[in-house]
Design a protein around this ligand. Sequence first.
Ligand code: AMP
Length: 222
Amino acid sequence: MALNLLMLGPPGAGKGTQAEWFAKAHGIPKISTGDILREAVKAGTPLGLQAKAIMDRGDLIGDDIVIGIVRERLALPDTTRGFILDGFPRTVAQAAALDAIMAGRDPLIVVDIAVAEGELVRRLAGRRVCGSCGLNADGDAALGTTCQRCGGTLKQRDDDGESVVRDRLQVYHRNTEPLIDYYRARPTFRSVDGAQPAERVTAALAEAVEAAANGRRQGTVA
Ligand code: AMP
């Protein structure tokens, strides 16, 4: 069965980092709509030009645009053994569209990474990314220091300033948190405590996915 995984959770929960590790460990692609949009902004494509101002103020890009991006990406052959979605869906309309895209494929496993609000603000304010390769360098990395992966310079994401962070959290509560209720009743839904150290979250995520996959195989709630 394909490992079709979706990560839910507020901005700053560590979804991106966890998704990257998980994807590498399982040899499946990580599909992040935020990364795809940031690439488009960097490349100055029509999509990027349209998206930049919306992203800079922490708002959501229109459902039709991101649904189109994900539909095209999931049609590529490297997703047949599975994939991990990070940052999509972010609205109930996107989740409903994803269900339609997934018709005839193995069911989605959905893991919510839960972290309390105060911790999120602290983490997002300290988050650093590499300006060249996009690596997330959280923790004690300082602005302007060197990326360990490619030698680029670490900086703050344009949308990680404090007021934009608060706006993004509001957008999360309003639009994305309802997805927990959208998915909760499914036997393949799991929640993981994202406030633990990153290695523990990785282990908990692996266990949650395993349990959900077993439940899916048996057609029961694990
Ligand atoms: P992220 O890296 O996932 O935090 O995404 C960064 C920004 O890209 C978000 O604040 C949105 O402006 C935009 N974005 C990413 N994914 C989506 C999505 N699924 N729906 C709408 N906007 C998105």
